[in-house]
Design a binder for this molecule. Structure first.
Ligand code: GTP
Ligand code: MG
Length: 535
C-alpha cells in the first residue's frame, strides 16, 4: 500500500450542502470558507451593488436574484483536512444539477430553517442521499430568530424523513430569545452574544462556559436554565445514542443547531463534522468496486460549465477523482470514446476562480478544459483494463418552448450558445425537421431554467431570444422494437403531439399527456417510446 497516498486520501472530505431554497446553504458555505481562511471577509447572498457577494453565487443571475442556480465547487484546507465543498441550488427547477452534484459527494450536510423544519425540497433531496446511502449531517439554521420547538424538529426528521437523529448540541431559547447551544459531549454551553462580532462578516468568538456553573444560571436566567436541564434529561432518556456506524450508513443523522449568518455554531459544527464525516470510500464500477487508494487513477465527470471565466469563454468539465493520484500531464483513457487524452492543466476551484493543480487525490474535484469531448457521466482512467462508473441520472424534461434569436444576424452566436448550454445538461435541445434551422425547441426540467437560459444567452453570447412556450409536457424517444430505424414520416400521432429530432438526430416525440402516448403506441405497432434513453 502506498502510505503517502493513503494519508492524502484520509485527510480529504468531500461533501455537498443541500436543502430547500433559502435555508442558508450559500451563507453557510461562505462561513466555512471564512473559517478555512479561503476568504477573509464573507460576502452576502443579497448584497447591494457595491458590497461583496457570496463566493459560491458567482454567476451574474445568482448575484442579481440572490438565489443559487448552479452548484459550485470550492476547495480549502482546515486543520490539516483538505475539504471539497459543493454548494447546491435549492430550487426544484435546478434539482437535476443538485442530484448530479450529490453523485460527486461522499457526505451531505442538510440544512433546515429552524422556523420551517423539513420542507418539500428537503424531502426530495434527502431521498437521493438515502438511495446512495451517504451519511447525512443536519444543521438547523437561523436559530438567531424564533424557531420551532427543537423536539418537534427532531420529531419531524423522524416522521417526515424517516431518519433517526442524535443531537450533538441543543439550543437554548427558541422563541426569538436565543441564548446559545449546549454541547452534549463536552457538557459546555456556547453562549450567543447578539452584540459580539460584526454579525457575519468575519469570524465570531464564542464564549464557552461550564454547564454546571452558577454563573451560567445567572447568565441564562432560571427559565432557560431549567428548560435546558429538563430537555437534557428527556434527551438522555429518550433520544438516540451517538452511533458512528449508523451515521456512516446514513441511518442516523447527527444534529447541530446554529446560525450561519451570525457565524454562531459554524466552526464547532465544522470541527465535529470533519471528525465524523467519511473520507473517500470505494465506488462501484462496471468491473466491481474500486478502492480510493488504488494505484490506478480514475474519476468521472459530473458537471460541465461554459463561460465561467468571462475573459476566456472556455468550458470546464468537473471531474470527481475516485481513485489514485493525479500527476502533472497525466495520460488517461476517455473510456466512452476509447481515446487517450492528456490532462494537461487541471484546475482547482474556488467557485469561479481557479488555480492550476500539480497533484490531486481521490476525493478531489478538478476542472479540465473541455474542447467539446466530454459528456456528463464520462469516465477517465489510466487503469490497464478500463471500466466505467455507474451512470448519472438524466431527468426527462417537462416544459418546452420554441426559441429563436430576435436578431437574425446573431444566428451564429445563438447556435453556439444553445449548443454549449445544452451540453451542460440544463436544457435539452430539439430541432424540428422540415422547418429550417432557425427555430429550435428546448426542453427543461423546471421553468426557471428558461429564464437562466435567456439570461445567459444575453450575458454570455450577446443574443436576445424570442421564446414561445409550448403545451407539451413529455418527451419520448421513438425507437422500433426490432431496432430498425424509425421512419418519422410514417408515424401516426395526435395533432397535439410533435415529432422532433434530438441533438444526435434521433427521433423524439413531444406529448401533452399520457393519453397521447398510448394513442401513438396503439396506432404504430412495433414502436417503443422510451422516457430514458441509453446512449
Ligand atoms: N436570520 C438568519 N438569516 C439567515 C441565516 N442564514 C442565512 N440567512 C438568510 O437567508 C437567506 C437565504 O440564504 P442563502 O444562503 O442564499 O440560502 P440558500 O440555501 O443558499 O438558497 P438557494 O441557493 O437559493 O437555495 C438570505 O437572505 C440569508 O441572509 C441565519 O442563520 N439567520
Ligand atoms: Mg444558495
Amino acid at each position: 500500500m502506498d502510505l503517502a497516498l493513503q494519508v492524502q486520501i484520509n485527510r480529504r472530505k468531500t461533501f455537498a450542502i443541500i436543502s430547500h431554497p433559502d435555508a442558508g446553504k450559500t451563507t453557510m458555505t461562505e462561513k466555512l470558507l471564512l473559517y478555512g481562511g479561503a476568504i477573509h471577509m464573507a460576502g452576502s447572498v443579497k448584497a447591494r451593488k457595491a458590497s461583496r457577494h457570496a463566493t459560491s453565487d458567482w454567476m451574474e443571475i445568482e448575484k442579481q436574484r440572490g438565489i443559487s442556480v448552479t452548484s459550485s465547487v470550492m476547495q480549502f484546507e482546515y486543520n490539516n483536512y483538505c475539504i471539497n465543498i459543493l454548494d447546491t441550488p435549492g430550487h426544484q427547477d435546478f434539482s437535476e444539477d443538485t442530484y448530479r452534484t450529490l453523485c460527486a459527494a461522499d457526505a451531505a450536510v442538510m440544512l433546515l430553517d429552524g422556523a420551517k423544519g423539513v420542507e418539500a425540497q428537503t424531502i426530495k433531496l434527502f431521498t437521493v442521499c438515502r438511495k446512495r446511502k451517504i451519511p447525512i449531517f443536519t444543521f438547523i439554521n437561523k436559530m438567531d430568530r424564533a424557531a420551532k420547538n427543537p423536539f418537534d424538529l427532531i420529531d419531524e426528521l423522524e416522521k417526515v424523513l424517516g431518519i433517526r437523529s442524535t443531537p450533538v448540541n441543543w439550543p437554548i431559547g427558541t422563541d426569538g430569545d436565543f441564548k446559545g447551544v449546549y454541547d452534549r459531549q463536552t457538557e459546555t454551553v456556547l453562549l450567543y452574544d447578539e452584540n459580539a462580532g460584526d454579525h457575519g462578516a468575519s469570524m465570531v468568538t464564542c464564549r464557552a462556559s461550564d454547564a454546571d456553573d452558577d454563573a451560567l444560571m445567572e447568565r441564562l436566567g432560571p427559565h432557560h436554565f431549567d428548560t435546558l436541564r429538563s430537555d437534557m434529561e428527556l434527551l438522555d432518556m429518550a433520544g438516540d445514542p451517538f452511533d458512528m456506524e449508523k451515521i456512516l450508513q446514513g441511518e442516523l443523522t447527527p444534529v447541530f443547531f446554529g446560525s450561519a449568518i451570525t457565524n454562531f455554531g459554524v466552526e464547532t459544527f465544522l470541527k465535529a463534522f470533519l471528525e465524523m464525516a467519511p473520507s473517500p470510500v470505494a465506488r462501484m464500477t462496471s468491473r466491481g468496486k474500486i478502492l480510493p487508494d488504488s494505484t490506478d487513477f480514475s474519476g468521472f465527470i459530473f458537471k460541465i460549465q461554459a463561460n465561467m471565466d468571462p475573459n476566456h469563454r472556455d468550458r470546464m468539465a468537473f471531474l470527481r477523482i475516485c481513485s489514485g493520484k493525479y500527476e502533472k500531464a497525466m495520460q488517461v483513457k476517455h473510456v466512452r470514446i476509447d481515446k487517450k487524452i492528456t490532462l494537461a492543466q487541471p484546475q482547482q476551484f474556488m467557485a469561479q476562480d481557479r488555480t492550476i493543480v500539480e497533484e490531486a487525490y481521490a476525493g478531489d474535484i478538478i476542472g479540465i478544459f473541455d474542447p467539446g469531448i466530454f459528456r456528463i457521466g464520462d469516465t477517465l482512467t489510466n487503469a490497464t483494463e478500463s471500466f466505467t462508473f455507474e451512470g448519472i441520472p438524466v431527468f426527462p424534461p417537462e416544459f418546452f418552448a420554441r426559441v429563436m434569436p430576435l436578431d437574425s444576424m446573431k444566428r451564429k452566436q445563438f447556435l453556439k450558445g444553445i449548443e454549449q448550454l445544452s451540453e451542460e445538461g440544463a436544457i435539452q435541445l430539439y430541432k424540428q425537421p422540415d422547418i429550417g434551422t432557425e427555430t429550435y425547441i428546448m426542453g427543461v426540467v423546471g421553468v426557471l431554467q428558461f429564464e437562466v437560459l435567456e439570461h445567459r444567452l444575453k450575458n454570455e453570447y450577446g443574443v436576445d431570444i424570442m421564446r414561445t412556450n409550448l403545451n407539451y409536457r413529455m418527451a419520448r424517444w421513438a425507437v422500433n422494437k426490432d431496432n430498425t430505424p424509425v421512419d418519422i414520416k410514417k408515424l401516426t400521432i395526435t395533432s397535439t403531439s410533435l415529432v422532433v429530432l434530438s441533438k444526435d438526430e434521433e427521433p423524439v416525440i413531444l406529448f401533452e399527456s399520457e393519453w397521447g402516448i398510448s394513442w401513438a403506441l396503439d396506432r404504430n405497432p412495433g414502436l417503443l417510446l422510451e422516457d430514458i434513453h441509453n446512449e
